[in-house]
Design a protein. Structure first.
Length: 167
C-alpha cells in the first residue's frame, strides 16, 4: 500500500509576495491532471456516442444499467441516487424524463410504503440492450484498448482504494 510517507504529494512554492504556498509534487500534479483530462475526455466522447446513436444520455444509461442489475430490476430512489452519484433532486428530474419516455416506472416501495422506487420497464430494458453495444464499443475504444493486461488489476486495486476512501 502507498502511504503518505512513501510518496510525498506536496511541496511549497512562493507566490509573488514571497510567501510559501502549498503545491502538489510535480509528478503527482501531472498524474492528477492526466487523470482529470482523460476522465473528462472519455465521458464527453461516451456521452456524444450514446446521444447521437441511441438518444440516451450517459446518466440515463447508468440508471438503466443499475436498475437492470438490481433485484427485480427495482431500486429505491435513495439507493439509486447514491449508485449514480446524483443528488436526490437531480435524480428525480432525470427519472421524470425517463418515466415520460416509458423506460422506468416509479412507485411506492413494497417493503416501506413511505419510500419511492424506480423500476425498469420492458421498453427501458430494450433501450438498454440497444445502447449497451454502443457503450461497450466506446469504453473499449477510449479506455481498455490503451491498457496492458497487467495494468488492469493494478488500476482496479488503486481505484478500489480511492473509492473506499471517498465513500
Amino acid at each position: 500500500m502507498v502511504t503518505s510517507s512513501s510518496r510525498p504529494a506536496t511541496g511549497e512554492a512562493t507566490n509573488g509576495s514571497g510567501k510559501a504556498v502549498p503545491v502538489l509534487d510535480p509528478a503527482v500534479a501531472a498524474l492528477w491532471r492526466d487523470m482529470l483530462t482523460s476522465h473528462r475526455r472519455t465521458l464527453v466522447a461516451l456521452e456524444e456516442d450514446l446521444s447521437s446513436r441511441t438518444g440516451l444520455s450517459l446518466a440515463q444509461y447508468d440508471v438503466l444499467l443499475h436498475l437492470h442489475e438490481a433485484p427485480e430490476h427495482r431500486l429505491r430512489m435513495s439507493e439509486l441516487s447514491q449508485a449514480v452519484l446524483f443528488t436526490t433532486s437531480g435524480l428525480t428530474r432525470l427519472i421524470d424524463r425517463m418515466e415520460a419516455a416509458g423506460w422506468v416506472e416509479r412507485g411506492r416501495s413494497s417493503d416501506d410504503r413511505r419510500g419511492v422506487s424506480a423500476t425498469l420497464t420492458a421498453a427501458g430494458a430494450g433501450m438498454l440492450k440497444s445502447a449497451a453495444a454502443v457503450h461497450l464499443e466506446g469504453v473499449q475504444r477510449m479506455f481498455t484498448r490503451h491498457l496492458e493486461p497487467a495494468e488492469i488489476p493494478v488500476l482496479a486495486a488503486a481505484f478500489a482504494r480511492l473509492n473506499a476512501a471517498t465513500t
